[in-house]
Design a protein around this ligand. Structure first.
Ligand SMILES: [Ca+2]
Length: 332
């Protein structure tokens, strides 16, 4: 009997077994074989017919060989990649990958021409209890004649009585950078208000003159007055001095002419029944060292005019933080 045509197995070492009726390949099914079964069987398989189906060989033949070359199974991830690409996060700039930084609040800042003075608790001599002093911006110099003239030109200040003395400065050529004098209390208040500021209280004045907790006896320290201020103690002084011309008469915070040059108005009354306002500091016409101590009080009637009394303005630092009220017109 002629043997049936046998498909060839593509793998020469696979044991393609033959029998009269059935041909199997140990790995692949017959359907996958092609070509000459004789060539494959001849080289690998015995020429005798294979045992019957009960033989181990037959069993082996119908069971997929464990030695068959295996193809790498597609991994789940690879399949996912092929059918549904996983989006990869775009790289971010370093600045976006850093943890958020907490920006500290900016410190208070003062307009040009003003110094920042930290607040604190201060009990002035002769008072019953300490007072809280806020952070302040303080004019570095006394108000100059030029600055007051700007207020006059703006219609916010008056020229009444400004020529009250031989030492008056308003309207006198060459006195532009001298402290304005001959003003009364209301004129001083009006000037500060025009600048978005105010007069200091006597506690505030002494606080920034003594450099806060440093408690200096004089603006510069505890040494007695000498050449560092505009006064008459060392040399006869016939008038005030240009503001800032004695740079050693300076507080810790850089405020000038607190001891010398001209006295400065405060808002504090000497007592409730009096029209007196306490002024602080000393003046060009003083020659006694004790007149220039920070703790020394001086009183003037609110309508008093003279050539040695001027004005310095302040404002709460919290009110100008981030938005100075008059930066373009601050003290020069
Ligand atoms: Ca002064």
């Amino acid at each position: 009997m002629q043997e049936p045509a046998i498909p060839a197995c593509p793998l020469p070492l696979q044991r393609c077994l033959s029998s009269v009726a059935v041909w199997t390949c140990s790995i692949a099914s017959l359907a996958s074989c092609g070509g000459s079964a004789a060539a494959a069987a001849g080289s690998e398989s015995p020429a005798n017919p294979p045992p019957d189906s009960s033989s181990p060989t037959s069993s082996h033949a119908t069971t997929p060989a464990t030695s068959a070359p295996s193809r790498p199974a597609p991994s789940a991830s690879a399949g996912a990649t092929a059918t549904q690409p996983t989006p990869q996060p775009a790289s971010k700039p370093a600045s976006q990958t850093q943890p958020a930084q907490t920006t500290p609040a900016p410190p208070p800042r003062c307009p040009e021409g003003m110094a920042l003075v930290g607040g604190g608790e201060f009990q002035r001599a002769g008072t019953a209890a300490p007072k809280a002093i806020a952070d302040l911006c303080v004019d570095v110099t006394e108000t100059t004649t030029t600055q007051y003239a700007e207020c006059v030109n703006a219609g916010a200040c008056t020229t009444d009585g400004l020529d009250c003395s031989a030492q008056s400065t308003y309207g006198h050529e060459g006195k532009e950078n001298f402290p304005v004098v001959c003003i009364v209390y209301e004129q001083a208040k009006a000037y500060c208000a025009h600048r978005g500021k105010r007069l200091p209280s006597v506690d505030e004045w002494e606080w920034f003159a003594r450099s806060g907790d440093e408690a200096r006896a004089y603006s510069w320290g505890n040494e007695p007055p000498d050449e560092q201020l505009c006064w008459t103690g060392k040399h006869k002084q016939s008038e005030s001095c240009p503001v800032g011309s004695h740079p050693e008469d300076k507080s810790r915070d850089g405020i000038l002419d607190l001891a010398g040059n001209v006295l400065e108005f405060t808002t504090t009354e000497a007592d409730a029944a009096s029209p007196i306002r306490i002024a602080r500091g000393g003046a060009w016409n003083g020659g006694d060292a004790g007149l220039f101590k920070n703790a020394r009080l001086g009183g003037f009637r609110i309508d008093y005019r003279c050539g040695f009394l001027g004005v310095r303005c302040v404002t709460e630092a919290s009110e100008v933080t981030g938005s100075p009220p008059d930066e373009t017109t601050a003290a020069k």
